[in-house]
Structures are given as C-alpha cells and as structure tokens.
Ligand binder design. Structure first.
Ligand code: C2E
Ligand code: MN
Ligand code: MN
Length: 399
C-alpha cells in the first residue's frame, strides 16, 4: 500500500547548499531503486521531508533517517496510507527556503494539489509557527531537582479496600503539589471488578463512601500547601444527594480544609451535562473544593464540557503524552490545550510521563505540573521517594 510520511527536524550543524546537494546525491540512488519519491525542504535551520512509497520501505528509510547525526528533534507529522503520490516525478526534490522569507512559493515545476495536506504543511512550515524543539541552549539551561522521601502508612483498619498514592510534581516549586489517591485491593492491585461489577446506584455510593478512606489516609501525607486529589465518577457526584455534606465530613475528620481537596471527574462514563449536574458542581465549588477534568483527550468529555465546567485543573491523558517528543499531532494538541488552560486560568497537569525525553519537551514548552512513572509510581498506603535530577539525566542523553 502506498504510504506518505512527513517529518520535521532540526539541523545539528550549519548546512550549505552543497551539504544539501550531498544529501540528495546520497539519497537518490536508494530512492530510485526502492521507488521512493518525495521532497526535502531546508530553511537554514529546520528540515521538512516528505517520503512516499511502499509502507515497509518508507518506515525502514525513516528509521535510518532518524539516526542520521546531521539532525535532531525528529518529529513525525504524518504517517498514513495515500491514494496517489504528490511528488511522483521526484526521487528527492529539494527546496531551500530563505529564512527571512515568511511567504511560501512553489517553483512552477512542482505541482502539489492545493487542497492536499502536504500543501498546507508546506505553508505552515514556511511560517515557522510549529517550531518547538529542545535546542542545545535549552538543554544547557534546564535545571530541576526534585528529591523527596518515601512515606509509609499503616493500612486503613478493617477494610478490604485501600488506596495507593501517586505524587503530582510541580517543577516551579521543585516539589510535590498534590497526591492522587487511587483505589486498590489489599494486595495493591487495582480492583477492576469493584466499580465495574456493582449495579449503578451502589457503584456511585461505593465510590463516594470509599473517599472516607482516601481522605483519611491522604491527609496523613499532606504537607502545608499540598492538596489531595480523589477520583469520582460523575454519577457519584450527581446521584448522591449527600455528596457535599459527606465530603465535608470526611475532610473535617481528616483535618483538611476544603481548599485542600480536588475532585477528579473521571471521563470513564459520559458526563450528563444537565442543570442538575452543574447545580451540584456549583454547590461543591461554594465549599472551596476544587475540580479537575481527568483523562482529558481520551474519554468522553468534549470541548463543551471543558468550556462549561471550567475546571481548576486539566489532566491531559497519557495517550497524548506517550511519545510526545516525536509526534507532531500530539505536540499540536498539547499546544492548544495548554493555550486553553492559560487563557482560562486552569492549571495543566500532564499525566503518564514515563520518559525523560517526554518531560524535556513538555518542560521546554512551559508545562510545570507532571504525574507519571518518571517521578514516582503509585504506592499502596504511602508514597515513593522521588529522585529526579534533570541535569544528571541530560548528561546521560546522547544526542
Ligand atoms: P486515573 O485517574 O487517570 O489515574 C492515573 C492512572 O494512571 C493510575 O492507574 C496510575 O497508576 C496510572 N499511571 C500513573 N502514571 C503513569 C505512567 O507514567 N504510565 C502509565 N502507564 N500509567 C501511569 P490505576 O491506579 O490503575 O487507575 C486507573 C483508573 O481507575 C484511574 O485513572 C481512575 O480513572 C480510576 N480510579 C482509581 N481510583 C478510583 C476511585 O477511587 N474512584 C473512581 N471513580 N475511579 C478510580
Ligand atoms: Mn485521576
Ligand atoms: Mn487520569
């Protein structure tokens, strides 16, 4: 099947037109032999390349290109089946853009369909707006250390269910801003069957009642200035009449102020955007308890819920975080969600940060709140120690 792959990257060294010619001379024989066509754009600093050909050949070539030391920050923008070649005549056509020229023109011999994605991307490349790479200078200026100790709590007495806690770190303060409480069996596994297996009304009651344990245990971890996040199904908020009173009682018993509690509205079920839902939300807000929209970008919640709920925190789902440093579409989503958060005064928390490269890219775009295995895994009745030193990790990266 015919495939089109587009990536962008940043040159690691100064490149002259002769250097670009050399790339073409090196590439054309391979491309000819393997029926690869495409285009290479260079603007003095950034590359933009389109590869067209059979799927396996294109992917194999891309892996090879990724490891070329002449460039870095390789970000894949498009990788999909296509009906026809855009650059059928060219085994590798190059174009060199004048960096001062914000206006893009195509030479007459290049006929790219005006309504094609590639044509739009060529224009967007020329404007330079998408360029968010981690440069060598960016790396040199990164300096973030988070070092915290483990805490172990006694299990909650006489209870089948327990909670694990995972820290959410804030690199601006260089420490933990909050802990998320996660439902667990006594052995630390996630109790799939409990929430899913109960009839609806009982599920909602169970979910709310379990927060007595989450809040009692979580309260023991909290330092001044830190808050506790708990998950609640939307139904547990709308279908329990006593939700506000019950939460306030648990907080009082745990010795926490309402301002220290954040309710994470999980997107695992559809939020019924009804007057009743927003009425309860308002009464929760009136107590000082804050709201977070969980798993944003992966569940059911649409943009209208985001607009109407105006959550205090937006938690971007790990499906978007995964490999963000090398994925053009994921980077574009991050930029727009971050912009929304900034425009509405929400805090963006990025979930599921597992690799240092993901963190480095996110940190470079200005994200400051993170949750993920890179820092700490959830720990049953306690919290893991964090040993995070960005400088040490940068020194381990080979570029
Ligand atoms: P969640 O609220 O999005 O919680 C984060 C989940 O991501 C946790 O899974 C956590 O272990 C996992 N996680 C954190 N960092 C990473 C990472 O870097 N990589 C990967 N791969 N995973 C990471 P867990 O504990 O299995 O919980 C799954 C979901 O169950 C939660 O997702 C939440 O939606 C739900 N849940 C947990 N506790 C409760 C609860 O008390 N009530 C309700 N309604 N739902 C709950
Ligand atoms: Mn959550
Ligand atoms: Mn989540």
């Amino acid at each position: 099947m015919l495939r089109q792959l587009v990536y962008r990257s940043r040159a690691t060294q100064k490149m002259s037109e002769q250097d670009i010619d050399k790339i073409v001379d090196d590439s054309v024989p391979f491309n000819k032999a393997n029926n690869i066509t495409g285009l290479l754009l260079f603007d003095g600093e950034f590359f933009f390349q389109v590869l067209e050909g059979e799927g396996e050949t294109v992917h194999g070539l891309f892996e090879h290109i990724k490891s070329d030391p002449r460039h870095t920050n390789v970000v894949k923008v498009v990788d999909s089946a296509c009906a026809q070649r855009e650059f059928g005549k060219w085994h590798l056509r190059t174009l060199i853009l004048n960096p001062d020229n914000q206006c893009y023109w195509l030479p007459q011999d290049l006929t790219v369909r005006r309504d094609s994605r590639v044509f739009s991307l060529l224009n967007s490349f020329a404007t330079g707006r998408w360029r968010s790479c981690v440069s060598a200078e960016d790396k040199a200026s990164v300096n973030c250390i988070i070092a915290t100790s483990a805490i172990t709590l006694a299990p909650y007495p006489a209870s089948q269910i327990q909670f694990a806690f995972q820290p959410i770190v804030d690199t601006r303060i260089g420490g933990i801003s909050s802990y998320e409480a996660l439902l667990r069996n006594q052995d630390g596994t996630y109790p799939e069957l409990i929430l899913a297996g109960l009839p609806e009304q009982q599920r909602y009651e169970f979910d709310l009642n379990s927060k007595a344990i989450a809040i009692t245990q979580g309260a023991k971890l909290l330092q001044p200035g830190q808050s506790l996040s708990v998950n609640l199904l939307p139904g547990a908020i709308t279908q329990n009449k006593q939700v506000v009173d019950q939460l306030l009682r648990y907080l009082k018993e745990g010795g926490l102020r309402p301002e220290q509690l954040i309710l994470e509205i999980t997107e695992s079920e559809m939020v019924k955007e009804s007057d009743a839902f927003f009425a309860v939300i308002e009464s929760i807000r009136a107590t000082g308890i804050r709201l977070s929209l969980d798993d944003f970008g992966a569940g059911y919640a649409g943009l209208s819920l985001l607009a109407d709920l105006m959550p205090d925190k937006i938690k971007l789902d790990r499906a978007i975080t995964n490999g963000i440093h090398e994925s053009g579409p994921r980077q574009a989503i991050l930029h727009s969600v971050f912009e929304f958060a900034n425009a509405t005064g929400s805090h963006l928390i990025v979930e599921g940060v597992e690799s240092f490269e993901e963190w480095l890219w996110l940190n470079n775009t200005g994200v400051r709140k993170f949750q993920g295995f890179l820092f700490a895994r959830p720990q049953l009745n306690g919290t893991q120690a964090i040993h995070f030193n960005a400088r040490a990790l940068i020194n381990q990266l080979q570029d």
